[in-house]
Design a protein around this ligand. Structure first.
Ligand code: SAM
Length: 248
């Protein structure tokens, strides 16, 4: 029986690939990737000639059965995504689930992930954090989701694209409050890497003021809801009671 390796790849800087990733990608019989043309660049960098097949969100179910068959026949297979760690806001869950169900071995080959990279430099608490990944793209659904997260005391981590970074930060100001501390980590490990830190209002202003700050890939790391001081808690309970009374 073969093994399925879940291999992390760089999020921009090819020098971040691990020695073990290189060895595993060179030794397996087949590599599943999201986009063969995209992954080909990394394989060229690694001098890797292993055949590539595509596995993406639209064909993952059918490809997974095929891969389970190949593993059962003794082939070893690696899964990579376009960048970072597979399954982290990327395909792979269906495959890993099927491979586990089939009783076959799944082995991680860890490396970079944008969420961990951003948390490590944000300057916000990392003892507990909540990974939201991508927020809904439509404003209504996004604002609703933010409202559900507004009282979460843990640091919150979001993935965001260049199309929506400004709109998302604007919604965050209204839903989480202008004073929340935030770090917007852009283009990590790449030439134009930037980390903006401050309150939501300050960082939104910096991003709005400079079109270059709206380009590329983003991780937004947001401070959690501050634990309420006793005085604030009393005041809030009092206000809630008054509001309840008013509607009854
Ligand atoms: N699997 C990847 C990982 O482990 O981080 C994430 C893949 S997800 C489809 C892509 C998103 O990750 C981007 O929209 C961005 O939010 C974040 N991301 C990926 N690379 C990044 C980078 N170099 N700098 C900042 N964010 C990045």
């Amino acid at each position: 029986r073969g093994t399925l390796y879940i291999v992390a790849t760089p999020i921009g800087n090819l020098a971040d690939v691990t020695e073990r990733a290189r060895a595993v990608l060179n030794s397996v019989d087949l590599i599943c990737c999201e986009d063969t043309r995209h992954s080909q660049r990394l394989m060229e960098h690694l001098g890797c000639k292993t055949p590539l097949i595509s596995l993406h969100e639209h064909n993952e179910r059918e490809k997974s059965s095929l891969i389970v068959g190949k593993l059962n026949a003794g082939d070893s297979i690696a899964l990579v995504s376009d960048a970072g760690t597979p399954l982290i806001s990327d395909p792979g869950y269906v495959l890993v689930n099927q491979v586990v169900e089939a009783g076959l071995p799944v082995v991680p080959v860890p490396g970079v992930s944008a969420v961990i990279s951003a948390l490590s430099v944000a300057g916000l608490p990392t003892d507990r954090w909540y990974f939201e990944g991508f927020l809904p793209s439509k404003t209504g659904a996004r604002v609703k989701r933010m409202a559900q997260l507004a009282n979460n005391p843990e640091t919150l981590v979001f993935y965001e694209s260049s199309h929506r970074i400004v709109a998302s930060l604007e919604d965050m100001v209204s839903e989480f409050g202008a004073d929340r501390p935030v770090c917007v980590a852009r283009e990590l490990t790449k030439t134009f890497e930037t980390t903006l830190r401050g309150t939501l209002e300050q960082v939104l202003q910096q991003v709005q003021a400079d079109r270059n700050q709206q380009k590329g890939e983003f991780v937004v790391v947001l401070g959690g809801a501050k634990a309420l001081e006793q005085g604030e808690e009393d005041e809030r309970a009092f206000r809630l009671a008054a509001e309840l009374k008013a509607v009854m």
